[in-house]
Design a binder for this molecule. Structure first.
Ligand SMILES: Cc1ncc(COP(=O)(O)O)c(C=O)c1O
Length: 381
């Protein structure tokens, strides 16, 4: 199989990091924060070390909080529902995934006011559109760092800069960029980052986190055992217990830590550069194919290696089925959980065919994908 669905989840995973994590996990035999004996203390120390690693990865300000979550969706829910009570107005974008849009819609029912700004023909938001929507009571601006439909990387540094005098918190969904494009929370005035471990970080599913600055308060939206302060009938006020209940995903946390340790800015740059070389080849070939429309990829300097396309006369699902059945190529088709992007592109309700590359994608894979699309477009035309 030629796997070109890395934006859904990366494949193959970072095997060395996962094996290392498994070895530690098998030897551990204790739950972090759930005992005073040596093994439990050691487990807690390991979890704290991964929290520090996550904070370092995003250059979070001193005293930042890192709360582990099951994935980006979980982290974004913790963020958005955690703003309940303190936020009356939030701005976001129509490039968002449902993991932002649905919690926002849910919160709207509870009285939150939400403004969504659109994107231009190339797939980028304009920070000035955010400025026009800002109100004195705007608490947060939530921006997708890179669209999972178009791959376009959004100008979060510019948004952060613009918000410096306002006080609204910039919150970034880094699901499609963590592991590919560094984010610098301090430099870019970012108050919170939500991410998932199973995409470009090449970790397992089931682990993600929310990182947020020391001045950013969130209310708990889930309640339960925290291992400490058990006589308190209410959720403890202290972080991370305030936002983390129940036994942690220790194996996932260890694996996330190993994957993060394996990546630094130079390595991420090298991975992105290699993937973008192949992406350019795919983008140029598909863009010149008659009957194929390509969405995203118009500015390679502001792009992650994924693109959407459609073939005239065929549904996205049919193109995906032929790629799979006749060419053994795995891609994602449909709306990609981002319905407003397709509304903007005019590709709703059936969506697009999405090709997404990973560090293991080869030149031969891309040549095969181009060849398959040539045949599909030719037969459809
Ligand atoms: C931009 C974006 N945000 C959020 C998510 C949700 O990630 P997860 O399914 O790991 O919660 C995805 C996953 O596709 C995504 O692409």
């Amino acid at each position: 199989m030629i796997y070109l669905d890395n934006a859904a989840t990366s494949f193959p995973k970072n095997e060395v990091a996962l094996r290392r994590a498994m070895e530690i996990y098998l030897a551990l035999g204790a739950s972090p924060g759930r005992g005073g004996y040596d093994r439990a203390v050691e487990a807690e120390e390991m979890v704290s070390a991964v929290r520090r690693e996550v904070a370092k990865f995003f250059n979070a300000p001193a005293g930042s909080r890192v709360c582990f979550a099951a994935n980006a969706t979980d982290a974004l829910n913790t963020l958005i529902q955690g703003l309940y009570g303190s936020a009356t107005h939030i701005i976001s974008t129509s490039l968002e995934h449902n993991s932002v849009l649905r919690p926002l819609r849910h919160m709207e029912r509870l009285g939150l006011q939400v403004d969504l700004i659109g994107f231009d023909e190339a797939g980028y938001i304009n920070p000035q559109d955010i400025r026009l929507k800002l109100r004195p009571e705007t608490k947060a601006v939530i921006v997708n760092h890179a669209s999972n439909v178009l791959g376009t990387v959004q100008p979060v540094a510019e948004v952060g800069d613009m918000l410096r005098d306002h006080g609204a918190a910039l919150c970034v969904d880094a699901s499609q960029t963590a592991g590919l494009i560094p984010l610098d929370m301090q430099k870019d005035n970012i108050s919170a980052v939500a991410f998932t471990g199973h995409k470009s970080l090449r970790g397992p599913t089931g682990i993600g986190a929310l990182v947020f600055g020391p001045d950013f308060e969130l209310a708990p939206s889930r309640f339960g055992g925290t291992g400490v302060d058990s006589s308190n009938p209410y959720q403890p006020d202290e972080y991370p217990m305030r936002l983390e209940s129940g036994t942690q995903n220790m194996l996932g946390i260890l694996a996330l830590g190993e994957c993060l340790c394996d990546l630094g800015i130079p390595k991420m740059k090298m991975i992105l550069d290699n993937e973008m070389l192949l992406f350019k080849q795919l983008y140029e070939a598909l863009s010149s194919l008659s009957g194929v429309s390509v969405y995203g990829g118009h500015d390679l300097r502001r792009q992650v290696p994924l693109l959407s396309c459609s073939v005239k006369g065929m549904t996205a699902a049919d193109v995906g089925a032929v790629l799979d059945g006749d060419f053994d190529i795995a891609v994602r088709t449909g709306l990609h959980c981002a319905p407003l992007v397709h509304k903007g592109l005019g590709t709703a309700p059936l969506g697009t065919v999405r090709f997404s590359l990973g560090p293991q994608t080869t030149k031969e894979n891309i040549t095969a994908a181009i060849h398959a699309m040539e045949q599909i477009a030719f037969s459809a035309g």
